[in-house]
Ligand binder design. Structure first.
Ligand code: MN
Length: 231
């Protein structure tokens, strides 16, 4: 094999509850506007026909419990607590019925967002990347295997410095996990290692350096994030 010019990108992994084995992440997909009350607070409506997506680079991945710097280029960094779905098998053009078997596990997640840059992008009809694909902005708690968790009516919640900001239930999701996987598989050859953040309930808001975010999804490992000084 030819020598590499510089070190290859490192494999990025997430812990899995009950095992020493690590889950290697391939891609991070995110669903937009999957809770009607959150869509409304953003001045938008849910598209009930189909979900829509944006992506985050692997370099956006961060693990729960870390301190992440307040990112550059924003003065309105927002929290969004979400259910993450981690695929353990691939699929292309799968049916909703087939999609469930592709799930390896679930985790609480944060889709941290430069809201001011996302709003500017919307105004100018530009892509959302600067608002969404932020280094350290895709925070994942340890995964729980699908054998031990099935999305239902569980509470999904987030507090900032101990004060509850987001408090919803997973059955408020407009597009279910199997529906999302089946739809996404129309556009991508999904594979093990692909992680999907499934959208946030209402109550998103701004955080500042020094804030501590804590929350989770009932039945899954809790998630936390501390914001360090601005870069
Ligand atoms: Mn989100």
């Amino acid at each position: 094999m030819a020598e590499l010019l510089f070190p290859a990108p490192e494999v990025r992994t997430v812990p899995v509850e009950g095992t020493e084995a690590l889950y290697p992440v391939h891609r991070i997909f995110c669903v937009g506007r999957n809770y009607a009350a959150h869509a409304a607070e953003m001045g938008a409506e849910v598209d009930r026909e189909a979900p829509f997506y944006f992506t985050k680079s692997l370099s956006a991945l961060a693990l729960s419990g870390q301190v992440q710097p307040y990112p550059p280029g924003t003065s309105d960094y927002h929290h969004e607590v979400e259910l993450a779905v981690a695929l353990g098998a691939g699929g292309f053009r799968v049916s909703v019925d087939e999609a469930g078997a592709m799930v390896f596990g679930y985790a609480a997640a944060l889709d941290m967002t430069r809201r001011d840059l996302q709003a500017r992008a919307k105004d100018k009809r530009r892509p959302w990347d600067l608002g969404k694909d932020v280094e350290g902005s895709a925070v994942l708690a340890p995964l729980t295997r699908a054998d031990d968790f099935a999305p239902g009516t569980q509470r999904i919640h987030l507090a900032v410095n101990g004060e509850t900001r987001q408090d919803g239930r997973l059955d408020e999701m407009v597009h279910s996990v199997p529906e999302i996987i089946a739809d996404l598989s129309l556009y991508y050859h999904l594979r093990a290692g692909d992680v999907i953040l499934t959208g946030t309930p209402a109550g998103v808001g701004s955080v500042t350096p020094g804030d501590r975010l804590t929350g989770g999804v009932e039945g899954l490992q809790p998630i936390s994030l501390t914001l360090g000084p601005a870069l």
